[in-house]
Design a protein around this ligand. Sequence first.
Ligand code: GLY
Length: 468
Amino acid sequence: MRCLVVGGGAREHAIGLALARAEAEIVVASLNANPGLERLARASARVDPTDAARVAALGRAQHVDFAVIGPEAPLASGVADALRAAEIPTVGPDQSAARIESSKLFCRELLTRHGIAGQPKWVAPETPEDVDRTLVAFPAPFVVKPSGLTAGKGVWVQGSDFTDPKEAGAYAKSILLQGGRVLLEEKVAGEEFSQMAFVTDSGVYPMPAVQDFKRALEGDKGGNTGGMGSYSQRDHLLPFLSAADRDRALKIVNAAAAAMRAEGLSYRGILYGGFMLTAEGPRLLEFNARFGDPEGINVLTLYEEGDFAELLLGVATGRVDPNLIQFRLRSTVVKYLVPPGYGDRPKPGGLLTLDAGAIEASGVHVVYGSVDAVGPGTVRLGTSRGVALVGEASAIHEAGSRVESALAFVKGEYYLRHDIGTKKDLEARWEHMRRLRAPNAKPSPLPLSVAPPDAPASSAGPPEQLLS
Ligand code: GLY
């Protein structure tokens, strides 16, 4: 089977690795030459992934059986529409359905129109005067969210990105004055998690839940980034997320998919729910129309036993074989190596030398992101996330320790968050959720950190969720 991968980041390298395990032939359309993808690709072209006509022409010229679109920008610019018009089955929604990510306002209005529960309070002021009026009445703390795409960096949260509502008001007005739309949303307290699913017009097929670390610095300090790392747990839940919590989140994912279908929007692709687990249950922060980055790297690492090319072709054609939804029961931790100053003032150009053989031999996978190959084992960092190291093990903290040990085989100037996937961080999140849910109860230890490493998983995730 021959597949066109659109995009050249670490998420697309992880997609490529899963396709290569299925012995698919890979054709790449990207602006950069990702060293990992280049090694896997049968053909690769330096094409702007948002250039719909050129991407479709490449897919046609290469006689691909299907295409998979990695990043959000090509979805927002109609690349899936162009590929479908060229009769290439595609994993990724058309531009109109991709608005679930590219227009936060469309997403909130869709969920509201269909009475879908689990949304924070929100309002979308239309003018600068409206912003002033809204701020007087809107409950603090709150969040300012540009409606359009911002590569994960445009959201301002009270208490982290601003304290004075006037600052937030000025930010909201600046978005309106530049011709954009903006939302003010209630800030909800809890732990964030990502629940992705393969979605076709007839079914929703969930993946393991993942927790992403969006803040640049340890202890969740610093500015918002695309994600500094992430972890998943072997039973496909999370330490603080029960099967009941996950199922409530999936109900919202299902309802959103059904709402799009009811409005005549065909959806064949990945639907990513970004949730906050609150004391009252999951609240939907946003939907994305693609694999998360880094969350996609966690789940794709676990996809080994099925045929990923068949699965993606099924998503693209709307005929998924549920037997192909097979994620291994292992915990994973992803940590990104990024240029110093990433998130604020990244310093590009630093060289990283990786002994990939020694890293892989230690049970850690190397996934390349925004880097240029310089020579054997050496890459140059740009201004974005450079290389993802993926550890896997039975327990999350063991997977995290594996990544830390693998750093012995990396030389160069880089930054990463050491706290991701540590026992201390997992326990802090568990305790945070416990305090929110039962403030007066005695602290209880995190059970998974003491579970025997090879204990059987409590749940492999629900079977296929059919649209109602
Ligand atoms: N890691 C967040 C995202 O992919 O949007």
